[in-house]
Design a binder for this molecule. Sequence first.
Ligand SMILES: [Zn+2]
Length: 206
Amino acid sequence: MTSLPNSLKNISLFLERFPGIGEKTANRLAFFLLNLPKEDLKKFAENVATLKLKTKLCKKCFNFTEDETCEICNDQKRDQSVICVVETVLDLLSFEQGRIYNGVYHVLHGKIDPLNRVGPEDIKIGELIKRIREIGEVREVILATNPDMEGEATAMYIKSKLNELTSSRVNGLKISRLAYGLPMGANLEYADYMTLKKAIEGRNKF
Ligand SMILES: [Zn+2]
C-alpha cells in the first residue's frame, strides 16, 4: 500500500471496509474508479454524497424508499392483505427478483439475537403488530425469517404476539412459515439435520 499515492490509497482503504473486499480487490476497484470517465465519477460521487439524505424507511413496511411509502406498498395491484415478514431489505429483494410473491412486506431490520444483545424491541416487531392491529384487513402473515436459531426464535416470538392479537378477532389471521428444505440437486446424504427437519415438515402433496 505504501507505493500508492494518497488519493488512491484513501479510496482503496475505504473500499477495504466493504464486506467481502480484501486489499487486492480494493486496489483493483480503486484503479477501476481512476480509469472511469470524469463525468461518471462525478455522478457516482454525487450519488454517494446524497445517499443518506435521500434514502428513508417506508412508513408502512420499512423497505428503503425516497418517499413516505415505498413502491411496493403503493402498488395497488399487490395484495395488501398478505404480509411477508423478512429480516432485511436484501431478503425482500431476493423475493422480488424471483417475482414469486405478490403480497406486501414488513422488514424487521434484524432478528432477535440475545448473544448480541438484540431484543424484540430493537427490531420492527412492535411496528408490525401495530400495523396489523390498525389496518385490520390482513389475511395472512408469512414469517420468512431465516431458518437459523435466531430466525426461528424471531418467528416464534412474532407468532406468539400475533396469537395474542388475533385471539380477540372475529376473522382469524393465517400465520405461515416458509417451507425450507433441500436445494434443487441436493443429496440427502449431505443435508444437515435442520434442513432435513424443515424439508419434511414443509412437505407438499405429491
Ligand atoms: Zn413499503
